[in-house]
Design a binder for this molecule. Sequence first.
Ligand code: GLP
Length: 263
Amino acid sequence: MDIVICKDREQAAHMVAGLIDRAIRAKPDTVLGLATGATPILLYKDLIRRHRDEGLDFSRVRTWNLDEYVGLAPTHPASYRFFMNDQLFDHVNIDKANTHVPDGMASDFEAAAAAYEAGIAADGGIDIQVLGIGSDGHIGFNEPTTSLASRTHVQTLMLGTRLDNARLFFGGNLDEVPKRAITMGIGTVLESRTAILMAFGKGKAQAVAAMVEGAISHMTPATALQMHRDAKVFIDEEAASLLKNIDFYRAVYADSPLRALEA
Ligand code: GLP
């Protein structure tokens, strides 16, 4: 696991955008796995700027989002499809037909989940998976006790997750937050060629410490990334504040080619 402790979230967004930018220029039909939430917003702004000012071409890029609330239509302002259109897709030259978000309105979720997995496979698998982390250590919407080998499935959400997300996307109204979501599984995420997890702020420090330094456990689903062949973690100082071996991570980074992304 590469651990990059950034000056601030702007620097993290810049570095991750740089990594995605290079990937797309090298392979124009790059397959991106994308995340929602507050964490990737600056990343998406940076990608939009690169498209607008630096010719970054999304015309052949394909995307697969991590998750969607069960029961929210794509037109619902708190749906993840709405978020993705609003925060990224509407502002770059991506073909919407090449963008995928699980269907929160599916009539048969088992079939929808299987089709989602088959679609990712047909696209050749995910090259770069972007992830945030829940304060309980979830990735996508894979809550504690989800199988670390899980595939796309419907997941019941923990109260704490619903409270976190009520604050951000539902005007603080818990009753509005769906109780279930359809999410890529942890096994799905582990198959991506590169996984990039971003986390910012004190509220993520505990989950980050558990993910990086804790034992692999379904109680902290993000610890599964310890098994990923190429996981990179971009965090700010606050999110890094509970890491015990922080000096070591800084020393490793001092010798890392990832430093080139700072430019
Ligand atoms: C939701 C999403 C996750 C995201 C998490 C953290 O639960 N399903 O993919 O990582 O929220 O959100 P935020 O970035 O707003 O802290």
